[in-house]
Ligand binder design. Structure first.
Ligand code: CMC
Length: 434
């Protein structure tokens, strides 16, 4: 494949045909080859399982430089947002492209917080689940069920309907997640409190009980808010691509977000925070790290160092650094001087970062490596970790869905394949088969 600044030329040696394809340049990041006319001109597809070299859309929302460990939301570095912003301000930014004025922020906050309640009939959905249901199963089902409730705003081509659906999703997913937890422990559901901030309200719905006053610890609320900011968006990851693909068919937005939740659940994606904690508990002691890492390096074991490695980051995940700092703040606030799991994680990270297996493959800690330790210290059961990720990522999913719906070039997502099955053959009646 030859190329100059504007085009890439593909030459097929078997037919001696060539095509020149435009190179498209974004504001940051590598240029992309626009292959849309490739099949029409040369009769071939591209092959990229896992989409490691495929840009599936144009987007103005999030930028990642995986080699340098950079993450920008609408151009703003994640470090600055985590330090100075709030989750709802970041939500506004992701959805609308710019930081809000004070008046815009207040209107947005009111808009989201006015939608935190669930339709009372949704309560009965929870009773249909076993008590020991995984919160992600509950979230997937109940968020999907929201699609049956809002007949006042069904038109995805109407910007006002899209705006209301976005508010409802951002506001209601935390309530559903907290109620999934309450259901699992048999406590009454706590109705949301709109006088609290987004993160405070979430902690309140999780931990308050009706007979007692509940005071949200401001340090923990700030940590929660920061964790939400860090998870809010991450460009075209598996769950976001799932939401876009489902949305590209014109499907109901609540159903699309339920599809995103399903995709997030897997241990290679959002389920990794849960898997890290289980891994640390299984290792149990620093003395057993070498034995565990030997298993990780054994090709036949299928064991991975959870919370390490990333499809895009070939450097330290910038979110992991912030998470590590937040971890110390939370443990200090809670007076936890010594957390054996944190000591174990720090030592595991140190050993892995000096081990040739991880160095040569550019495997660094990702956002999930430390998040589980913080969340556990804050009282979250391990099974809730991925649900918290979903609460935050709903903002990213909704922003990406909205961007896609507003894109005039949007078409149904429909990948092709390299068919390696049987060639054409004739049906053989059962009686004639041996
Ligand atoms: N432990 C051990 N080896 C690993 C790991 C790991 N965590 N991650 C990648 N590798 C090895 C892999 O075996 C392969 O080695 P080789 O070249 O010898 O075959 C090489 O590194 C490349 O791995 P890959 O599977 O081709 O990489 P990928 O881009 O397809 O996978 C990943 C990315 C995140 C799924 C993977 O790194 C992984 O499974 N990590 C653990 C799970 C995890 O922490 N996921 C959270 C990701 S961040 C939050 C999110 O996205 O939700």
């Amino acid at each position: 494949m030859g190329e100059n600044t504007d085009v890439a030329t593909i030459h097929l040696s078997n037919t001696n045909q060539s095509v020149s394809l435009p190179l498209l340049h974004g504001t940051l990041g590598p240029a992309v080859i626009d292959i849309r006319k490739l099949y029409g001109e040369l009769g071939v597809f591209t092959y990229d399982p896992g989409y490691g070299a495929t840009a599936s859309c144009e987007s103005k929302i999030t930028y990642i430089d995986g080699d340098e460990g950079v993450l920008l939301y609408r151009g703003y570095p994640i470090e600055q947002l985590a330090e100075h912003s709030t989750f709802l301000e970041v939500a506004y930014l992701l959805l609308n492209g710019e930081l809000p004025s004070r008046a815009e922020y207040e209107e947005f906050e009111r808009g989201v917080m006015r939608h935190t309640m669930l339709h009372e009939q949704l309560r009965s959905f929870f009773n249909g689940f076993r008590r020991d249901a995984h919160p992600m199963a509950v979230l997937c089902g109940v968020v999907g069920a929201l699609s049956a409730f809002y007949h006042d705003s069904p038109d995805i081509n109407n910007p006002e309907h899209r705006r209301i659906s976005a508010f409802r999703l951002i506001a209601k997913v935390p309530t559903i997640a907290a109620w999934a937890y309450k259901y699992s422990i048999g406590q009454p559901f706590m109705y949301p409190r709109n006088d609290l901030s987004f993160a405070e309200n979430f902690l309140y719905m999780m931990y308050a009980v009706p007979p007692e006053p509940y005071h949200v610890n401001p340090v923990l609320a700030r940590a929660m808010d920061r964790i939400f900011i860090l998870h809010a968006d991450h460009e075209q990851n598996a769950s976001t691509s799932t939401v876009r693909l489902a949305g590209s068919t014109g499907a109901n937005p609540f159903a699309c977000i339920a599809a995103g939740i399903a995709s997030l659940w897997g241990p290679a994606h959002g389920g990794a925070n849960e898997a890290v904690l289980k891994m640390l508990e299984e290792i149990g002691h620093v003395d057993r790290i070498p034995e565990f890492l030997a298993k990780v390096k054994d090709k036949n074991s299928n064991v991975r160092l959870m919370g390490f490695g990333h499809r895009v980051y070939k450097n330290y995940d910038p979110r992991a650094k912030i998470m590590q700092r937040t971890c110390h703040e939370v443990l200090n606030e809670l007076g936890i001087k010594d957390d054996p799991l944190l000591d174990l994680a720090v030592e595991l990270e140190r050993i892995a970062l000096n081990d040739d297996y991880f160095i040569s493959r550019k495997l660094y800690p990702n956002v999930d490596f430390y998040s589980g330790i913080i969340l556990r210290a804050m009282g979250f059961p391990v099974s809730m970790f991925t649900a918290l990720f979903a609460v935050a990522r709903t903002v990213g999913w909704v922003s990406q869905w909205k961007e896609m719906m507003e894109d005039p070039a949007q078409r149904i997502g429909r990948p092709r394949q390299l068919y390696i099955g049987a060639p054409r053959r004739d049906y053989v009646p059962l009686s004639a088969r041996s």
